[in-house]
Every structure is written in C-alpha cells, then in structure tokens.
Ligand binder design. Structure first.
Ligand code: ADQ
Length: 738
C-alpha cells in the first residue's frame, strides 16, 4: 500500500454468480442487475477502467440458441460474460462441494461437511470451465480478480496459462484454523490453487494468519510479514475488511418512502422497544441460539414482558438443501413455542419475516431498532452489523455483536458476545436496553467514523491498488544477482580505476548478525582485509554504520580507514583525524506530505491511531490486534522508507509505535563528503544490507556499484549478494586484483 492510486487498464472480475439476474419473461428474457453490496461497488469501477465480469447467470436454459441470446444481451448491456453449466454439474459444484463441504467446514461445522469425491471432481471441472472462459477474454497482462470459495482452484489454473497476469483472490468467508482445514482431503490442491494468485485477501487478520499457517504446515511455505516466497515469484497475503455503502445507508433517513415506512412501523410497535436481527437463513448465523437466548431473557427478566419485541428478518437461502429445510422447520417451531409461551394480548415477543426486503423496507427497520442483535456462530464479516450502524446517523442504538464475526475486529465499541453463551447474550440484551443515550452515541460515533473511512469503494480501490502495486514491483528493475560475469566486470572496473571508493555498512554486511550487539566485533581477518584495501594510495575505505563512534573507533580504528557513526551523525575522515559532528538539516513541510500515508494505515488497522507531536508523527498500534499491528508496522515502515530516503527524516520503530521525525542524518547524506571529493573517484562501491543503506545506494552516481546483501525486493541497489560471507569473498577478490 503506497497511498497512490493505480488503475489497471482492464479488470476481469470472476465470481460464481453474475451481478445480474436473468429470468424468463414472456417469450424472452428479463435482466435485473443486483443492487447494493459487492455488485454495485465493483460495477462502479467501470467508470475508471474497462471491466468485464464472468460468472453463472443463475438460470438454466436448454437450447444453445437461447443461451446465445442471453450471452449477447449480457455482453452488450452489462459487460458480463455468462458461463453455462449443466444443472447436474452446477448442483455438484455449487450445492455439493461449495456449500456442502467448504461452507460448513470453513465455518467450523465439520460435522456438516461431506467429503464426496464426485462433488470434488465436479468442483475441479467447473473451476476449469471458468478458466477456459477467462482465457477467452483475458490478455497476458490483464488484471484478474477472483472471488470466493467457489473458485479456489481457479487462480493456479489461470496462472499456468497466463504466467504474467496479475491475479488477485478474495475470500468472503472465514479461513479456518489449520486443525480444521487439515481434515479436508483436498487441502493441498486447494492451497496450490490459491497460491496461483499474486494477492490473496481476507476480511480479517485472523483468517490470513490461519491461511499462512496452513501454507507452512501443509506445503512447507514460510512467510515474511505476509509475503510468501515461491521461488520464481512472491505472493502477498493481506487483509481487506469489506465495508458497506455508507453513503447509501446514511441517506436512507432522507427518503420519503423510508420515512413513511418508519412511521408505519412506529405505530405498530406503539412505544415498545425493538430488537432486530437480519440474516440469511443459515446454520452459521446462530438463529436458533439467539432465539433461545431471547427466550431466557424473557423468562429471567419478566419486567420486560410486553415491553420489548424481537423482529427477525430471514432471507430464504439454499432452500433445496435438506439441512436448510430442516433449519427452517426448527426456526418456525421455536418461534411458535416462544410466542405461545410468553405472548400477551396485543404483544407478540417475536415477529418473523421470511423474505428478502428491498432497501426501502430494510432501512426503516434499521432506523426503528433500539438494539441490533447480530450473533452469528461464525461469519466471514457480517455486513448487517455495519449497515445498522451506518444507517443510524444520529448514532443512537446499540449493537450486540458476536466475537466470531469478522466485523468484531473493527467494531470493538459494540457489546461483544460469545454467541454460544446464552447467559452472556441475556446480559448483553439487558445492558443494551438500559444503555444511556450518551453511551450509545459515544460508541457508535467511533464505529460510524471508521465505517465511513473504509467503505466499499475504498475497499475495492485498496485491493486493486495493491494488485497494481505488485505489477509495478514486478516491472521495476529489481537488483540483479552479482553473478560470476558481473562480478568479473566489477573487478575489472576496480582494476582499471584511478581512484576507488568503498562505502561499507558494518552489521549484516561485513559481519554476520550476532545475538548481542557486542557479539558482532570484527575478526582479525576482517581487520586485515580492510587495512590492506586501504593501503594503496588511490583507495579509500569508509565504514558507514549505525553504531556509535566509540564502538567503531575501538573495533576498526586500527585499520586506518574512515568511519561514519550513528548513520552519519558523527564521522572521522582521513585516517587519524578526530571525530566531527554532522550539521543538522531541516526539510520543508514534511508532515503535510506524510500525514495521508499515515492516515491510510490508521484506516486499515482497526485500533491504530495517529499522534501528532511538534516535531514528529507517531503511529500507535498498541490497541490493534497484535499480529496485524506488527504486520502493518512493517508495511508502514517500508512505505515510509520510500518517502524519507535521501531526506533528513528518520523512521523509528518503537514499542508499538512507528515514528517519523527529522534527524540530522542519513547514510546518503553522510557519504556526500567522499562523493564530492576532488579529484573524483572513478570506481565507487557501496555495500549494505538494511533499509538505512538504501539512501546510500541512491546517493551513488549512476555507474556506481551498489550491492544489497539479502533479499533484493524493494532495494534501490543495482546488484545483490546473499550474505556477508559473499561480501567477504568479494572484498578478498578486490584485494587480490591489484
Ligand atoms: P452473507 O452470509 O450473505 O455474506 P452478510 O455479510 O450479513 O452475510 O450479508 C448479508 C446481506 O444481505 C446484507 O447486505 C443484508 O442487508 C442483506 N440481507 C440479509 N437479509 C436480508 C433480508 N431479509 N432482506 C434484504 N436484505 C437482506 C457472505 C459472508 C459474510 C460476508 C459477506 C460479504 O457469509 O460473512 O460479510 O459475504 O463478504
């Protein structure tokens, strides 16, 4: 994430369903685009880029002729490409493997997951069919964004055919812990399918962590702050918490039809408090458990009888599946029982709606409800919780939210409950119904501000920006390995030069890292190499280090070389001379420039905040989820490095903080006195391993030999070597060259 907006030339979105519903009407077909949610968000991208969407049309047509008509219509009117599957194939892939195996397993219901080989094969075949469709439309450099658990094998299939495409994948449901995932007979194939992507995104850091740990334990692939090295390429694993269309929900209050409906509802509830829950009818949503908790609330808090109602809105879902039919039956029975047991004339404890409500009917319910009760047993994100808060622009209302919904990571101000703990839900209800207005507003204001900043558009832009940034990294000239031929050229250039300058970092470059700072003292061989390299009249060796002057003096003073300490704050030039202080330099309005960069990381890291000091910007992540905080801190630092290289700004990674402030020093600046010496050096070699050395690499003239030690990614150096042992060999070769 670098704060810049990159836009691909062409984006291909692939998901199980197209964002258009096709129905037979009269003699022809009728097309209804989906509104709200992901479909609207992604379709809005069409303003900025060419985009096509590939998916199933949700209708089964018999004849090839009819399908062709649909295909033409969808293509022309919606830039959408339908994929035709036979009913049998669709059932096995969709109801069978996707929803009968992956859905329950990934939501921690292994007892509901059936492992059926035939269904798995159908899943694989359908993913291959999707791949064919993608290949009909994708060019070698296109950006392809694959969605959700129906298409986990697709990224690798596309990768095989289009090795240079940028492929992103987003999972909308949880990725379960390794102990659950490992039970899947096809765990390896699924992981291999997913790592065909360049970028794998999840709703929350927990899911990303589970995925990474499965990669390690099943495929032996290790990670480094969300980067997984596959040898020939690197993939990124990151979190992108999906938001809602805040503007749309916030605007609901203003719509006349919403106001009318709200009025209606208010009359019906006649002053009683309202608790609202809204879900797809699915076993993961904790619907029965929630009703039983409400039953217990009524039984144990009789003072609320007749004064509070639960409105339950359920959308029919996967109605052909026996387990879902069974659940529907249980829900009906439970509601009947509770209403029979507690109902009074003029008061029904639970009102039950079993249908999809359009926005104009749903929003009034959000506005009506005093309490939003969102208690899924597991949920990838849960958008209902966010919609409830986003709609209530006066910040009243209380959200009760499951800790096992992805949304809980960002909505810590809600009353968070364990959805399996009936007593906890009962207490939460009591607390919610009694919460003062000020408390309500205080909690919701924070959440709503967060939702506003990271809404659906921002989410999509963020994901796409990261995909494009990966393309940039791939295109940029990464350092090349200092292979034998290049090394030979370096040695030749050294031999032929009249004046040679060697700028060397110390820790990690001249010596290996030691467990303690004192442990990295130079060995006799190193001192010998350095002093011998310094010997010839036309050679100058400078060690530029972050260490303090006393240590450098003590360790390297006898070699007779020049020394720079504390990244340039102090230096000792011309062998024996004493130590001097570098002058302080200031930079312009750096805070204005860097604040947006920090803001992005505040938005993307729930719990993080930005503090502005007189001479510093400080990003705090103490209250963020620990792992995510660390990962973001590393990313932020990396991003900031790009901005501060060659300035006098300095990044400090403190205890749960990342801080930027001006300092007097950078290694690039520290090297200036030597780089500007007359007569000029005609051979300049700089070697270093860490981020502070980047400024040094950048300060070098174009024909300078800059060498990075370690992983070459994101380095400004021209070449790289693996480790300090290789550096040592190179220095010895230089010595032998004369
Ligand atoms: P879902 O399991 O469908 O989505 P959720 O995120 O809550 O769960 O989305 C439901 C959407 O449907 C909401 O926008 C809601 O307004 C709407 N809805 C629900 N009931 C409705 C009704 N009766 N009438 C009208 N609208 C209704 C999956 C994952 C989630 C993840 C999303 C997005 O299971 O965890 O948040 O994808 O990635």
């Amino acid at each position: 994430m670098d704060g810049h907006n990159h836009v691909p030339e062409r984006l291909i979105v692939v998901s199980n369903r197209l964002p258009v519903t096709v129905k037979r009407a009269g003699g022809g077909f009728e097309y209804t685009p989906s509104v709200g949610g992901l479909a609207t968000t992604l379709n809005a991208l069409r303003e900025d880029m060419e985009m096509i969407w590939i998916g199933t049309p949700g209708i089964n047509v018999g004849s090839a002729d009819e399908f062709q008509r649909i295909e033409t219509d969808l293509r022309e009117r919606f830039d959408s490409v339908p994929l035709q599957l036979s009913a049998e194939q669709f059932d096995k892939y969709y109801l069978g493997f996707s929803n009968g195996c992956i859905w329950p397993l990934f939501h921690y219901f292994p007892q509901f997951a059936h492992y059926d080989h035939e269904e798995w094969e159908a899943y694989r075949d359908v993913n291959a069919r999707f791949c064919e469709k993608v290949l009909e439309h994708a060019g070698p450099n296109d950006t392809i964004w694959v969605h959700d658990y129906h298409l986990m094998l697709l990224p690798a299939m596309i990768r095989e055919a289009l090795p240079d495409a940028i492929i992103g994948y987003f999972l909308h449901i949880p990725f379960p812990s390794y102990e659950i995932f490992r039970t899947l007979p096809w765990r390896e194939e699924i992981l291999r399918g997913l790592i065909g992507s360049d970028l794998v995104g999840f709703h929350s850091y927990g899911y990303a962590r589970h995925f990474l740990s499965s990669l390690l334990r099943i495929l032996g692939l290790d990670q480094d702050f969300g980067r997984v090295n596959l040898g020939d390429r690197t993939i990124r694993v990151d979190t992108f918490p999906l938001g809602v269309d805040v503007e749309r929900f916030a605007g609901a209050r203003e719509l006349p039809e919403v106001q009318d409906e709200l009025e209606n509802l208010r009359e019906q509830v006649a002053g009683k408090k309202v608790i609202l829950s809204v879900d797809r009818l699915d076993f993961t949503k904790g619907i029965l458990e929630r009703m039983e908790a409400f039953e217990r609330f009524l039984a144990t808090r009789p003072e609320w009888l007749g004064k509070v109602s639960l409105i339950t809105l359920l959308v029919p879902s996967r109605t052909q599946v026996p387990e879902y039919q069974q659940l529907k039956k249980q829900v009906d029975e439970t509601i009947g029982r509770i209403n029979g047991e507690f109902g009074l004339p003029g008061w029904t404890p639970i009102t039950y709606l079993y249908r999809f409500l359009p926005f104009e009917k749903l929003a009034p319910l959000y506005l009506l409800a005093d309490v939003g009760l969102v208690t899924p047993l597991r949920d990838g994100m849960n958008l209902v919780a966010k919609e409830y808060i986003a709609t209530r622009t006066d910040d009243t209302g209380v959200l009760i939210l499951s800790e096992t919904a992805g949304a809980a990571a960002e909505m810590g101000e809600a009353i968070i409950v364990n959805p399996h703990d009936e007593e906890m839900i009962v207490e939460a209800l009591e607390q919610a119904l009694n919460l003062s207005l000020e408390d309500q507003v205080e909690r919701n204001r924070v959440m709503r501000a967060r939702l506003k900043r990271y809404d659906t558009n921002r989410w999509a832009a963020d994901f796409i920006t990261q995909m494009e940034a990966l393309r940039d990294i791939r295109r940029s000239n990464l350092p090349r390995r200092l292979r034998d031929d290049l090394r030979q050229s370096l040695l030749n250039a050294y031999r032929e030069a009249d004046r040679r300058l060697l700028l060397l970092d110390y820790d990690g470059t001249l010596v290996k890292f030691a467990p303690t700072p004192e442990g990295a003292r130079p060995d006799a061989e190193l001192i010998k190499i350095l002093s011998e390299l310094e010997q010839p009249e036309n050679n100058q060796v400078v060690v530029i280090s972050g260490r303090d002057a006393e240590t450098l003096e003590g360790w390297l003073g006898q070699a007779g070389i020049d020394l720079v300490a504390e990244h340039g704050a102090r230096f000792r030039k011309d062998g024996g001379g004493g130590w001097k202080e570098a002058e302080e330099i200031t930079v312009g309005n750096w805070k204005e420039e860097l604040r947006p960069v920090f803001d992005v990381f505040v938005d993307r890291t729930p719990g993080a905040l930005l503090e502005e000091k007189g001479h510093a910007l400080v990003w705090h992540y103490r209250r963020a989820e620990p792992g995510l905080g660390l990962q973001r801190a590393a990313e932020l630092t990396e991003t900031l490095e790009g901005y501060v290289a060659n300035t006098s700004l300095h990044i400090l990674q403190g205890h749960k903080v990342v801080e930027v402030k001006p300092s007097m020093v950078s290694k690039g600046r520290a090297a200036q006195p030597w780089l500007h010496e007359k007569p000029e050096y005609d051979f300049i070699l700089a070697i270093g391993d860490d981020v502070t050395d980047e400024a040094l690499f950048e300060a070098l003239p174009e024909d300078g030999w800059s060498v990075k030690v370690g992983i070459p990614e994101r380095s400004k150096a021209r070449f790289f070597v693996s480790d300090s042992a290789e550096v040592r060999r190179l220095l010895k070769d230089l010595q032998d060259t004369d």
